[in-house]
Design a protein around this ligand. Structure first.
Ligand code: RI2
Length: 299
């Protein structure tokens, strides 16, 4: 039995009724405000939210922003509600910047490939189409959740020529379809400029590298991590086996890691609200966030 907005939001994030790095960050900010209003222990609320989707630094940055504001304001509910509204306004402003800079990459008659379902990528493609550009997008299905189906629906209904492919066809399509660029979202960008995104991203990026196709990552800077360093920069979330194999097969184990790490060498540019940067420029943004400055980044 769920009780109240906080528990309801935690459940929605954990079960992926709310998903996507940006959406879970905004929902987590609102959930922290709900926790204060519901008189919950703020420290416990913070820990609970951080454990829902451990690979997405967007969520962590939103929760830490709210935690700092809540403790500084003596957990005053009005102040915490204002902080959540501030985070949402910041996220909207940052998204507008990503779309503005990202749409410059779309060319008439270009062919693009995307993996999973990034609202940052989709918003940019839709904006470019609305401004009159015509191009084609190939989208992977994205096993096991099939988020690619959401992507193709959004693109096709915006009048974009859209083709759905199975995940394992990505290399073949990149090799044979004269793809201009691979466009990806981000769950986390590390200090070193590595990308943590939906599992399969690294394979798509490596196929792109092998065929000389540039990879661009579309992300607001609140998905940059002040702490994610080294070979295994964030814990890679493993989800239930039933998502992969609904009916167990005796004697068969299932692994279901849902993110992977793409090294910076495979990324040509990161489209942020402040402009398009190289992976090596990620460090400065991560350091700014580490110093507590969570505000739209302007280059
Ligand atoms: P936006 C998603 O994760 C995908 O990995 C996607 O690329 C990323 O979030 C970015 O999402 P999941 O929640 O913020 O489907 O661009 O596991 O919407």
């Amino acid at each position: 039995m769920l009780e109240g907005e906080f528990e309801d939001t935690v459940d929605a994030i954990r079960t992926m009724r709310i998903r996507g790095a940006g959406a879970i960050a905004r929902a987590a900010a609102r959930a922290m405000a709900a926790a204060v209003r519901e008189g919950r222990d703020i420290e416990a609320a913070r820990r609970t939210l951080l454990n829902t989707r451990p690979s997405a630094v967007s969520l962590r940055n939103a929760v830490e922003f709210m935690y700092q504001r809540a403790t500084a304001a003596g957990e005053d509910p009005d102040a915490v509600d204002s902080a959540a509204a501030e985070f949402e306004a910041y996220a909207a402003e940052a998204r507008a910047g990503v779309v503005r800079h990202g749409s410059r990459l779309m060319v008439d008659f270009g062919r693009y490939l995307t993996h999973c379902n990034s609202s940052a990528v989709i918003d940019t493609l839709v904006a470019a189409r609305r401004s009159g550009r015509r191009f084609e997008v190939f989208a992977t299905e994205t096993r096991p959740w099939g988020q690619g189906h959401l992507t193709v629906q959004a693109l096709a209904s915006a009048g974009i020529e859209t083709t759905l492919i199975v995940d394992s066809a990505a290399r073949h399509i990149i090799a044979t379809e004269d793809i201009h660029a691979v466009l990806l979202g981000a769950d986390t960008v590390t200090m070193a400029g590595s990308l943590i995104n939906k599992v399969g991203t690294a394979s798509v990026a490596s196929a792109a590298r092998d065929h000389g196709v540039p990879v661009y990552v579309f992300t607001e800077t609140y998905k940059f991590s002040p702490a994610a360093m080294g070979r295994n920069p964030v814990p890679i979330e493993e989800r239930p086996a039933e998502e992969v194999l609904p009916c167990p097969i005796p004697g068969v184990k299932v692994r279901n890691p849902v993110f992977d790490v793409t090294p910076p060498e495979m990324v040509k540019g990161i489209v942020t609200e402040g402009g398009i940067i190289t992976p090596s420029q990620a460090r400065a943004i991560c350091e700014r966030i580490g110093a507590g400055d969570l505000s739209p980044h302007v280059a």
